[in-house]
Ligand binder design. Structure first.
Ligand code: ZN
Length: 407
């Protein structure tokens, strides 16, 4: 009966025994409260598939999402004095440090990684928020300097990805000194003529915001990220006013000019690559085609009556017919400067009308010009030349040449 107890019984037991289910298979979205299956969330880079809410992303996942094939090297950061103040609150600082190190497997809150993005060598300095709230102490300051040195050494752009609550309280004034030190790090990269980009993630607050995190050549923020110096509640208590909706969120900061772009996480890698490409490859990727700008001087200042108005008119007409709003606006400008007038050719004397009438008036110069109406779309090739010229014409204060078109 040995085979029964030794072989059959464990097999049956394995079949019948309740499988242990991890209790974190489903995550509740903090924004729309939808339940999302963990695998779906992982595939979606921790972004809620229902409402697009960006949850915090683990730094290791973030790095592998950014680098080519998810491959990168982390560099060992310089050793720094541990707990210089022998600080103690409810717990000793050294104990807190040890705890965080065991939990995250990292020496401190900053990870400096080196790898390639679309073949471009890049150094990324990213924060691990799980390590004491990504707070900036001596080790982080030293890490930023090391990242800058590595970038200069490798002739590689530096990307900083903060996710931090600010300065590390337990290191007192020493943590505040990291603010100027990280600024020096940025300065080193800049002096070497290398791009320095910042990707602001949720949350970027305190001393980090007040130093390197706001110094990027291009400031990128993840959707919905909280970015600010002091917390909203502190500000409200200080100024005794209710803060506007969405205060300190990425979109609000974009509107107020603090960040250059707000990017969805799934587009982050592509956006960074595109920016790096632009910043590093200073020569254009393709041959530059010179546009035909013949019309420009004729539109603007010579006032020659050899029928250039017709050209401008055609251009305007063609663009309005194309329905391209931007080009239409340019055409309007041309209309204002060169051939003001309404839809009716008899109206051509009424200067200024054209400019205020909106896109439709792009057609006006066209209708005023002989032989070309909004309907008969003129040569599109010419429009490209005429459109950029239009503002120049306006700047020149070119005399209203409605007559030109007519004559
Ligand atoms: Zn959601």
């Amino acid at each position: 009966m040995n085979w029964l107890s030794n072989y059959v019984r464990p097999k049956i037991r394995a079949l019948v025994a309740p499988r242990e289910l991890p209790d974190n298979l489903w995550h509740k979205c903090p924004s729309c409260e939808a339940m999302v299956f963990h695998r779906e969330l992982e595939d979606n880079l921790q972004v809620c598939p229902h409402c697009g809410f960006h949850m915090r992303l683990d730094v290791a996942k973030r790095l592998s999402m950014l680098f080519d094939d998810g491959r990168y090297q982390t560099i060992e950061l310089p050793k720094t004095p541990v707990d210089p103040l022998k600080f103690r609150d409810r717990k000793r600082y050294v104990d807190r440090l040890k705890e965080a190190q065991t939990k995250t497997g990292r020496g401190d809150a900053l990870v400096v990684a080196f790898g390639t993005m679309n073949g471009i060598s890049v150094v990324i300095a990213a924060f691990d928020f799980r390590f004491l709230g990504g707070s900036m102490g001596i080790a982080v300051g030293e890490g930023m300097l090391a990242a800058a040195r590595l970038a200069v050494l490798q002739d590689a752009p530096l990307i900083a990805i903060p996710s931090s609550g600010g300065a590390r309280m337990q290191e007192g004034a020493l943590s505040l000194m990291q603010m100027p030190r990280t600024v020096i790090a940025v300065e080193q990269v800049r002096e070497a003529g290398l791009p320095y980009l910042v990707v602001l993630t949720d949350p970027t607050t305190g001393g980090v915001t007040a130093s390197f995190a706001m110094l990027g050549d291009i400031q990128i923020a993840e959707k919905g990220a909280q970015i600010g110096f002091a917390g909203a509640r502190v500000i409200e208590d200080t100024i005794r006013e209710t803060l506007p909706e969405g205060f300190q969120r990425a979109e609000y900061l974009l509107e107020h000019g603090f960040v250059d772009m707000v990017v969805h996480r799934k587009n982050l890698r592509a956006t960074l690559i595109q920016l790096l490409d632009l910043l590093i490859h200073r020569t254009p990727a393709a041959e530059v085609v010179v546009l035909n700008t013949e019309e420009v001087p004729r539109l603007g200042y010579d006032g020659a009556a050899d029928g250039p108005g017709a050209d401008a008119g055609e251009a305007g007409g063609a663009e309005a017919a194309d329905g391209d709003p931007a080009a239409g606006a340019a055409a309007v400008a041309a209309g204002a400067a060169a051939a003001p007038g309404g839809d009716d050719p008899a109206d051509t004397g009424a200067s200024g009308d054209g400019a205020t009438d909106g896109g439709g008036t792009g057609a006006a110069p066209g209708s005023a010009a002989p032989g070309s109406g909004p309907g008969d779309a003129g040569p599109v090739v010419e429009t490209t030349g005429a459109a950029p010229g239009a503002p120049a014409a306006a700047n020149d204060g070119g005399e209203p040449a409605g007559g030109r078109g007519d004559g």
